[in-house]
Design a protein around this ligand. Sequence first.
Ligand code: AHR
Length: 503
Amino acid sequence: MKKAVLRTDKYFKIDRVDERIYGSFLEHMGRAVYEGVYQPECKFADEDGTRTDVAELVKEMGVTTVRYPGGNIVSAYNWEDGVGPKELRPVRLEAAWQNLEDNSFGTNEFMDWAKKTNIAPMMAVNLGTRGVDAARNLLEYCNFPAGTYYADMRVSHGYEKPHNVKLWCLGNEMDGPWQIGHRNAHEYGTLAAQTAKVMKDIDPSIELVACGSAGLKLPTFGSWDATVADRCFRYIDYLSMHTYYNNRNFTLDDTRDFLGHALTFDDQIHSVIAACDYASAINKSKKRINLSIDEWNVVYRPHGKVPADARWTKAPHQIEDTYNLEDALLVGTMFLTMLNHADRVKVACLAQLVNVIAPIMTSDTAAWRQTIFYPFKHCSVYGRGTALQSVVECEKYDSKHYTDIPYLATSVIYNEEEGQIAIFAVNRDLDEDCSMEADLRQFKDYHIDRHIVLNHEDIKAVNTEAEPNNVVEEIKNSNSKFEDGHLTSVLEKHSWNVIVLKK
Ligand code: AHR
């Protein structure tokens, strides 16, 4: 068994964890909205046609915020198509994913669903085919009380009270050549700043996210972020960052290497922070732009390819990845990385929520949890409070793309008000358990509440409709001991762990 020592201190605070990092993403593509969230003919549907079984899982997962309606689709989305009497809503060719969009679910249906699931909406505006005008009108429709054209339109659609959406994205992945209306950094930065100005003039209480680069592998990564952060500096609160990893295309099924991707994720976070701080420097300002990591996950299916038989159909099966245990471990380490950057990462959305690269899957007759559901749920439930600095002494390993990957990844969250400390840990070692010791004498009057473990003898194990509970959370309190302020925990090989101590 390997050995590790974790050191932490309640006075060494990173920052309070912003609960919006437990966000997700719902895009009009594949079976995410239709058959995922909204399926009037399903036996689980409520009076609005939304699935109660899915809503229950969303609540169990602890999702706080959901970004909507896209993603790539937002760059050609007409928000007006999705409001008002359903029989008048147009059927459109949704060009980003080549789906047929009948608009039977739109802004107001999303707001109703958000209320039912206790989530805060994060709306995106179309800066691909449209711009300032459509964005300001949508904001007026959503947030202005009444007495003006678009606010009254909302009232006439049955929504007297404004939706009061506080968080808005200025387009999506605009440096991606695949994006409809793709622009260069100067063009996008100018358009986003102009849109942001009008939006904040209409409702100064909102917060805005400008598009950072769509990914580390794009040639524009870095310079795009710096240019956009500078151009929009006065008006924006966050710059977005997107990241997807997998264990096939890049690393040819090499689990040890795959589990190192959180190191690249950490580097990417540092780079985007640097771009934001560069904008502060050249604007000679103390203002800090923070990060909205509003798309992140493990993804296997190539994004661009729409199966031939799925083109121009409604709700086709599209990028419905099945996640195994190693995917859940990577998602866990990515969460720990974000928690350890709690001072700058203020919003994050696991992409996506239902059916499309999602923690929740549905069929017409069931909904089930994928492996990645569990680290999300545990972080959301136990990762509220203040992130503490933690230093781990443990062995490291090298892999194809990385050197010095620590076998253990950790994060410590202290919730003083609740009298709770949560230690999150992933043991990346595929062959050996690890005995981790922690000096917690500052928390001597605490006791172990629970040690939760996600593990399976087969790291490729998955959950399916037929076997929904193949990989599940287990309480293994005997894996931890707490005596006289000293914690000793056995972290099983290739496992996700949450050790919760309470006063
Ligand atoms: O989440 C799937 C897609 O990935 C989104 O539509 C897009 O923003 C990203 O490229």
